[in-house]
Ligand binder design. Sequence first.
Ligand code: FUL
Length: 557
Amino acid sequence: MGDERKLPNPGLTLPNSLTTFLILLSVTSTSSSPQKTRPPLPILPLPSSSQLSWQLSNMALFLHFGPNTFTDSEWGSGHADPSVFNLTRLNASQWVSVAKEAGFSRVIITAKHHDGFCLWPSEYTNYSVKSSPWRDGNGDVVGELAKSARDFGVQLGIYLSPWDRHEKTYGLTKEYNEYYLGQMTELLTWYGTINEVWLDGAKGEGAKDMEYFFNCWFGVIHQLQPGAVIFSDAGPDTRWIGDESGVAGSTCWSLFNQSAAKIGGTDPLYSRGGDPQGHDWVPAECDVSIRPGWFWHASEVPKSALTLLDMYYKSVGRNCLLLLNVPPNSTGLISNEDIQVLQEFKELRNSIFSNNLARNAVLHSSSTRGGVDHNSEYESSNVIQDSINTYWAPEEDQSDWVLYIDFEEPVTFNVLQVQEPIHMGQRVIQFHLDMRNEDEEWNKVIDGTTVGYQRLLQFPSVKSKHLRLVIDKSRADPLISYLGIFLDPFSILRNVSDTSSGSNRTSKANKSDSGSIHPFWPPESFAFNYFCISSHYILKSTIEEKVTRDGKVDGQI
Ligand code: FUL
């Protein structure tokens, strides 16, 4: 009898040569399709899918509109006659197209502000558009906005103020909670998909005392619109950042303890920074107005595009969403000067962030999950792909976490962008960027704390061929989904608080009397950029403090 091996199937025997052939075949096929490297485990807490889509939208446009627009007030008394709400040209499509054009993918309307006037024909009160001369009392601002938002593919949010200075049941806890929930139910069932519900604990002095049944409201909102995020001082889905100037803490966690925050009485410092020990995922939203007031006033002018850019760095660039208020005027349209600033703001962002210098670099890392760098699922070059789903992951149990960025020619830059794949949890606690000088020594360019969805760090311009991003501290193995290296020729650095311990160059910067730093004013390339970078740039009208609004350059330049 020849040499026969038993195969697992009892009763079937094969000649020795065939067995050898099959073994060889199985070895070959194993090596040609290696097993996929297992993904790292996420670290809790994690965002819900609506929180993720909220965060990915980066910016939303707030629309404060109502009787206050016509009475030149901010906090209406609740007694303005509905006849003041009289306008001829309301055009919600203009609001939405302005938002979309300027790069905002969500609009949020004050369906009811503190004055209690409803921009939709609520069946629970007559203090609404129903009693106004606008469209003979048949108009519905929320309805028109919802339709335009759907037509333009823009998401919709509503602000329903709990504090109501008109409604007679306000102050009677049970009755008013019923009233509020009745109105909320109308808004969440009449207008299709609502992506965000915005409410706050604002109350003027002397407002009647009463209890809001927040948990009951939140339950109903999630029931009626499961995809909506709820904003308040304390979440549950997104939290107030703690100021109304569009500025987040330079350390900003999406981790938070909801139980430690109270709507209408939060500690702004806790909100600014979040909580590295927090059990809840409650990322922050930075609400700020393009004008001094929240409502439109004939006497006010919008902030400059450069100011908005600075806010962008300090909100979106600090792991938050920027909620920029652009109030429609008393004709029912967004004013031209606001539109111009929004356009300039968009062009500034495009001009800076469309050219990631790191795309021309060769990337490698201190280690890669799965053991190899290139061709691994978690390779370092993932960080220049525009997707949160691809990321660099280091091998487990490493003492160093470093991404190297090597250029063929030296590059000049002054902005670093870092992103984490937040669906895997927020991890990075501390990091820094180094550059290598001609003597092969590494010098720190900038350091920062927390990354989250997106971190932007500004610093005085530097030039180098070799960079490294070092993660100094992390809650778990750090994962990096994006790395950007940019040159911003427009911003004037007023303070570089992010360089708390870093840049050598910072110490060489000029300190102004106020202590703010203008490290590279004017930047070498400024004159060129200012006048020539783009024929459709109208920066002249918006460079704050340097140029007056009528286009005259004031003494400083
Ligand atoms: C605050 C309100 O009191 C302001 O009027 C404005 O609506 C702002 C966004 O929220 O709480």
